[in-house]
Design a protein around this ligand. Sequence first.
Ligand code: DHB
Length: 315
Amino acid sequence: MITLRIEPPLMNASGPASVTYEELQKLAKSAAGAIVTKSMTHCPRVGNPEPRLKVQLDNELGSLNSMGLNNLGYREYAKLIPKLKVASKPLIASISSAPCEHNLTLEEQYLEAAEVLERSGADMLEINLSTPNLTGIPIAMEPENIKRILKPLKKTIKIPIGVKLPPYNNTLPLFEEVARILMELEIEVAVTMNSEPNALDIDLKTKTKVIKPRDGYGGLGGPCILPIALSEVHRFYKFFKEHGSTIKIWGCGGIMKAEDAIKHFLAGASAVQIGTALLWHGPKIFERLWEGVKAWLKENGYKSLEEIIGAVKEL
Ligand code: DHB
């Protein structure tokens, strides 16, 4: 099992700010330790009708999106990857699935894209099994589908594989089943979590829903999901540790400032991803966060980040 070295261990979350070549170039030039593409599908997609992204909800609670997997299609990203690799930071290709004119099964869609992206120079794949915005039910809520997709990938692909997961805090038996599948298949990284699915917000001035697609229901990200993300990170961390697994956890959800990232590391994350804060502050957020993390470590007497990973204490 090989894992990538991400230095510094923070990167963008796959999302609305990693779709185009220009956006990916900006990330390549930032202080992020890796670049993660928007989740790509077999066919290019324009995505859902607008407004489909509320960047900032009232009271700075977070963001709400139902983008509908707008992306250039995996063949176009495969062409861009060699050009993005001049930044000499790991390029992580996020792969998703969606119906289009192809006649491919779910597992064929992922495998075909994965093989091409690996050949084009991607350093790692992030298999997105948690988009909430197509049917409302992420694939990763269905263990049989998780196995169908991941088994052939694990057999064929040599670069590390991460799996982007939805929150399981309401479905703990399912959490355990999924964690066991990831261990059995020797997946390298569990990326947790995707946005909180099927959330709704209302604009009081217009008395309308804030986004249009899917009756206004979308994925919630930002500060308000931090405690949920921490619970996901910690539950996976503890489970893998107790079972002697070396799967790494990458934390995603609610990181706006260095202290939030520190909480993710204490909960068990060995790297973190930044979604809503990237929308709010742009790619300069990575430098600010990393400087803040380093300062916190120093002030608190730690010599390295490794010392705090999973080091949260029980009361
Ligand atoms: C979209 C949203 C997600 O949370 C995700 O994981 C993939 C795609 C989207 O609506 O584009």
